[in-house]
Design a protein around this ligand. Sequence first.
Ligand SMILES: NC(=O)C1=CN([C@@H]2O[C@H](COP(=O)(O)OP(=O)(O)OC[C@H]3O[C@@H](n4cnc5c(N)ncnc54)[C@H](O)[C@@H]3O)[C@@H](O)[C@H]2O)C=CC1
Ligand SMILES: O=C(O)C(=O)CO
Length: 320
Amino acid sequence: MSAAVRIVFLDRATLPDFIELKAFDFAHEVITYDQTKPEEVAGRIAQAQIVITNKVPVSAADLARTDGLKLVAVAATGTNIVDVEACRQKGVVVTNIRNYAVNTVPEHTLALIFALRRSLLAYHLSVARGRWAQSGQFCYFDYPVSDLADSTIGIFGSGALGSAVAGRAQALGMKVLFAGRKGETAVKKDHTPFEEVIARADILSLHLPLTDGTRHMIGAPELAQMKPTAILINTARGGLVDEAALADALENGQIGGAGFDVVTQEPMPDTHPFMRLMNRSDFILTPHVAWASRQAIQTLADQLVDNINAFERGEIRNPV
Ligand SMILES: NC(=O)C1=CN([C@@H]2O[C@H](COP(=O)(O)OP(=O)(O)OC[C@H]3O[C@@H](n4cnc5c(N)ncnc54)[C@H](O)[C@@H]3O)[C@@H](O)[C@H]2O)C=CC1
Ligand SMILES: O=C(O)C(=O)CO
């Protein structure tokens, strides 16, 4: 009989308790940790053959101490927490989860867009403060309200999520511009040069991975080129935007608003520049829950186990 494969799950608590993991169909033992601190990773994965991580970083130094590790199965689409190159050098396969969020992230993206374009939070809070009762008429106009129809959305990243947002935007009567890569002169078919999208879009929405090439792709120069009424939506990854520059741009009235689901350091520390923005009516922040519909998380969990079972049969699904 072959020895049981040791699977170490570093952050099970990033999947809610109501999510059930399907059975692994090979001889195995699972060691489950709810959470793992960065300094605990190396020790916990040293004797594992398979590591599951959602958001716990796995660095080259952590990999150096492993003996027999075959697979890092990322329980997410974004793999920026894993040193993929170091894995490649050690012959460790990295896989991710794909297409599970094609409803939940676009719906969350649109929710942020609707909320900002119609000042939903600002109106709700002003009603709570008694403003409606004091207004003397059936409505009041303290905050801007704009239709989405006939507006232009610039989408950065034309993969599964960018395309799914585009389809919904078109159904709402919006004009869609897919942005070319920053600094690229020859732009792909059906794409518009990066700088042109920055300048023309009423709504800019990010749907691309965090890499060395995309880090701070939206910084002070790009914010300065945006329309003063434009809003920036980031449901992709913290780090794509220079967050200090964004806070300044909102405070200086340089752009129209921002809706974020992700920040560079999660959980977000109290010292983060976004904490300055939390009482503004043109800013909304959610705590990385765009992916978190019940349906999407179950799909993710099922695909995670399917990928690992396939790997043990010799089939590599979703290699990164
Ligand atoms: N907030 C949340 O809960 C979630 C966030 N995400 C994030 O969304 C990102 C996108 O997810 P998917 O669309 O499923 O991935 P995907 O791999 O289908 O699409 C990513 C697209 O970005 C493009 N891209 C890569 N580098 C680029 C660059 N420098 N410039 C322009 N385009 C570039 C790729 O060619 C690809 O078309 C993930 O990498 C992840 O970080 C994903 C799921 C949930
Ligand atoms: O799938 C992803 O990349 C997410 O951010 C959700 O964990």
